[in-house]
Ligand binder design. Structure first.
Ligand SMILES: *[C@@H]1O[C@H](CO)[C@@H](O)[C@H](O)[C@H]1NC(C)=O
Length: 525
């Protein structure tokens, strides 16, 4: 696997964390000496609604029991992209306007795909990713940690996702046409900041000096160009949290990435409508399928068609020419909709609240090391560029990503070549062996242990502070919550030592009642 990553890496230098998203997806971008024809792949795009229940359901992301959906800011979608080699392998990448993908949802989707297509789409070649909006309905995962605040599983949330993903993949499958793919990347500086800059400073200076910024600012975009229709879609990866909408928002929303996707799809449709009207050739022209097979005289046919007399008193412009009207009608009938997805990547500590974190009582910046105000974490909030209007912040951060994506889209010239391939694997993070450098030289092999959440976790972040008296950066814990924890599960000495210096608040990896709290490999065959 590392070889695979390295081979992707050396051609495109995608940051390591981004690559994780690529693992199950990816085209192996080995440079191929035999230059293929213009369109080397079959490409297909699909998009379908996954909004789900818009009332009385807890929202996924902030783990705030009081954040209950009561309406819609804008609807959520699943956007699917299929790349296939004619008679060869294929991959599917699905981007969800949801907080994250879910193993349970994936299992159900794969079941449906198997019923439809046999072994064409399996867990090996279908990758599903979420944009990390914190404003979508929750309750669609099977582990307790993720569904505590929604008070368990929510059937409607789950069904909306499974149905929408299935339909978007079916659409993409039915749209498969010869086409090519271009890749481009660039820096976007003002759509994300590090929300834990003091924690970042704990990294060794030698490591920090390898990077220009304290978060990843790179956007990587893929552009899909259909042989007949011209550009039909794109998706990009860029790291910034879906937390422009706050923890008190109750309207379902795709947050900044969902907004960016809408902006780009609207931009494209408006642009191509304009070019249809005005006869500009910004969007490559599509030749009707009726005459595309007789390449040689298609120009003649067009000439002939446009030579027909126009009605008296009116000049035969390109707009009103018969050829154009006919072509335009054909065009509208089966033109695939433009699909643009804004995907999430290594957004761990990247906040869209780029103005920084301030105390809501005094208005001064929060304590740098603990993100507190007078010792309290509940008062410290990050501010988006539209502060105090979170809808405006969502729009602005969406627009910044949209503008960058359009720029990369318009200038993409590096064509992807090579075979389509994919890798998928389950990794048990509770018992990995890791080689680390030893103090005083040499190295030693250590082992990871079952998951556990620390006290600092409960403090949340400046995008959504937690309740009670938890603090970020806490390495001591407190007796009251330790008592509460012990009612649930007391971690043993080995587990405590393994997680040290982080004090354990919830020993989630070892909690199995009423069923698994954290992702467990026991469930995976
Ligand atoms: C934050 O913590 C570091 C390391 O303990 C310390 O050197 C620094 O002075 C603290 N900064 C502030 C603003 O409290």
């Amino acid at each position: 696997m590392m070889e695979l990553l390295a081979s992707i890496g050396c051609h495109f230098r995608i940051p390591l964390k981004t690559m994780w998203l690529w693992i199950s997806l990816v085209l192996v971008l080995q440079y191929s000496k035999t230059v293929l024809s213009d369109s080397n792949y079959l490409i297909g795009m699909g998009s379908y609604d996954i909004t789900g229940p818009a009332a009385d359901v807890n929202m996924m992301g902030y783990a705030n029991t009081e954040q209950i959906a009561s309406g819609i800011h804008f609807r959520l979608r699943a956007r699917s992209f299929i790349v296939a080699e004619p008679q060869g392998k294929r991959v599917v990448f699905v981007n969800l306007d949801a907080c994250m993908a879910s193993q349970l949802v994936t299992i159900k989707v794969l079941e449906r795909l198997k019923a439809r297509y046999g072994n064409l789409y399996t867990e090996q070649n279908v990758a599903i990713s979420g944009i990390h909006t914190h404003a979508g309905p929750g309750g669609y995962l099977q582990y307790v940690v993720y569904i505590v605040t929604s008070l368990g599983f929510v059937r409607q949330s789950f069904d909306a996702l499974v149905d929408g993903i299935e339909k978007s993949i079916v659409q993409a499958h039915e749209n498969l046409q010869p086409g090519s793919i271009f890749v481009n990347k660039g820096e976007l500086l003002d759509a994300g900041v590090n929300r834990s800059p003091s924690a970042y400073l704990n990294n060794p200076a030698s490591e920090r000096s390898k990077y220009k910024y304290n978060v990843d600012k790179e956007m990587t975009l893929l552009k899909f160009v259909d042989d007949q229709w011209g550009p039909v879609g794109s998706f990009n990866w860029f790291a910034t949290h879906g937390t422009s909408m706050s923890r008190t928002n109750s309207l379902i929303s795709g947050d900044n990435k969902g907004a960016a996707a809408r902006f780009m799809e609207d931009w494209f449709e408006q642009n191509s409508a304009k070019s249809d009207e005005l006869g500009t050739d910004e969007i490559p022209r599509r030749v009707s399928s009726i005459i595309s097979s007789i390449h040689n005289n298609h120009h003649e046919l067009l000439e002939l068609a446009s030579s027909f007399q126009s009605s008296p008193g009116k000049r035969a412009t390109r707009v009103s020419s018969a050829a154009r009207r006919v072509r335009s009608a054909l065009r509208q009938a089966d033109k695939p909709g433009f699909v643009s997805a804004f995907c999430q990547t290594n957004c761990g500590d990247v906040s869209p609240n780029v103005l920084g974190a301030f105390c809501i009582d005094t208005g001064v910046p929060c304590d740098f090391n603990h993100s507190t105000c007078g010792g309290k974490n509940e008062l410290c909030y990050g501010r988006g560029p539209g502060y105090p209007d979170e809808f405006e912040s969502t729009r602005i951060i969406g627009e910044r990503q949209f503008n960058k994506a359009v720029d990369l889209f318009n200038t993409a010239s590096e064509q992807l070549k090579g075979k389509v391939d994919y890798r998928h694997s389950y990794v048990d993070f509770s018992q990995l062996e890791v080689t680390i450098p030893k103090e005083g030289g040499g190295s030693e092999v250590v082992k990871t242990c079952p998951a556990a959440m620390g006290f600092a976790f409960a403090a949340g972040t400046t995008d959504g502070p937690g309740a009670f008296d938890f603090k970020q950066g806490d390495d001591k814990g407190n007796p009251f919550w330790r008592l509460v924890r012990n009612l649930l599960k007391t971690p043993d000495k080995k587990q405590v030592e393994c997680h040290s210096p982080k004090p354990i608040l919830l020993d989630t990896g070892e909690m199995k009642q009423p069923y698994d709290w954290a992702v467990s490999c026991n469930n995976i065959s």
